[in-house]
Design a protein around this ligand. Structure first.
Ligand SMILES: [Zn+2]
Length: 357
């Protein structure tokens, strides 16, 4: 059920900052010269997509029918289409919490999507007073012990084994970059007897190990259409007041609850984007998108967190690739590179702030 009324009790500091820094002097025919009031559509707050882009120096005009809009800057390209949650940023597929809408003849973005998902990608650190450090990284190979995870019986593959192998390949790559690496499991075991307790125990290790990042590694499966479905998808925690990717019926009654992991929405988004982008680049896999879910390990993590689904074991062609050490090494290399870029982005913001009195 959707809450009858969603109250946003406070004005976020970044919003003021964003409005103050509009357009960076760029001439933008698509963006109005005066501030555009936000609109309410289907009970949700939306803001003008072109005006939002202009805050980050993104400009562009809608297609003739007004239903698609490509906004570009020297750094970014954002592609939007009416009535779909799937957008592209720099060619990478990202699913919004709310579909882009066409209203008053202009494309509109859900306010939470603009704030929580896109702002961190267009201007990392915007509105975030605290910049997290990246020193200790907790890696989580999915499943283990009596829980094999997904299986491909034809090829004799267990997700738990492949996930552990991938993480053991990733660990030295991150250590070589100077990070301290901890593991939720380094062998074939469960952390607790029940599935729920096992997931809680993994998330609890983020606090116990003082982790600055949490990365859970999985391989995927579908029950129907196995030969058609392949590729990579990456999950970050669904922001408060939004529905998860897997919940188009909007059945989640916990939608209004802020989970522990929501303290890191901004950095979750940046981390998820970097990881997804590097996996696509390295694996040349089908782009299933950056998605949001209220997965237990993401909800309960005390630091920025991401869950990687690095290919489908249910697809025999992809499973045969996943079965090779070379593929799993590529997954590890991609995640290590994403962490490097994430940490570099943070460092860039830190330096920029140090330069400004
Ligand atoms: Zn899994």
């Amino acid at each position: 059920m959707r809450p009858a009324c969603i109250q946003f009790a406070h004005v976020l500091a970044w919003l003021l900052m964003g409005m103050a820094g509009t357009a960076l002097g760029a001439v933008d025919r698509a963006a109005p010269s005066r501030p555009v009031p936000n609109v309410r559509l289907a009970g949700l707050e939306y803001l003008d997509a072109a005006a939002f882009g202009a805050r980050f120096g993104l400009t562009g005009s809608p297609a003739a029918d007004g239903r698609t809009l490509t906004l570009k800057s020297a750094w970014h390209q954002l592609e939007l289409e009416a009535d779909t949650r799937g957008i592209r940023l720099n060619g990478v597929r990202i699913f919004l919490g709310e579909p882009v809408r066409l209203a008053r003849g202009r494309l509109q973005l859900g306010r939470i999507d603009a704030e929580k998902l896109l702002t961190p990608l267009l201007r990392p650190g915007a509105g975030e007073a605290q910049l997290p450090l990246v020193r200790t990284i907790l890696l989580d190979p999915g499943h283990g012990g009596n829980d094999p995870g997904m299986q491909n019986r034809r090829l004799g593959l267990d997700e738990k084994t492949l996930a552990l192998d991938t993480v053991l390949r990733l660990k030295p790559l991150l250590e070589a970059q100077g990070f301290t690496v901890a593991l939720t499991r380094g062998d074939d075991r469960q952390l607790a007897r029940s599935k729920a307790e096992d997931l809680q125990a993994r998330a609890a290790l983020t606090a116990r190990t003082n982790a600055d990042l949490f990365i859970s590694v999985h391989y995927n499966s579908v029950e129907s259409g196995a030969d058609r479905v392949s590729g990579v998808e990456v999950y970050t925690l669904t922001p408060q007041f939004q529905y998860s990717h897997s919940d188009p019926e909007r059945a989640d009654s916990t939608v209004g609850i802020a989970n522990l992991g929501n303290r890191h929405d901004h950095w979750n988004s940046l981390l998820g984007y970097e990881v997804h982008r590097e996996l696509l680049r390295e694996l040349k896999a089908s782009d299933r998108g950056l998605k949001r879910g209220r997965l237990a390990v993401l909800r309960l993590a005390s630091c920025p967190a991401v869950l990687v689904e690095a290919g489908f074991l249910s697809n025999d062609t992809e499973a045969a690739k996943i079965a090779t050490p070379a593929y799993r090494q590529q997954v590890a290399v991609a995640i290590a590179e994403a962490v490097r870029k994430y940490a570099a982005a943070l460092e860039g913001v830190r330096r920029q702030r140090a330069d400004q009195p």
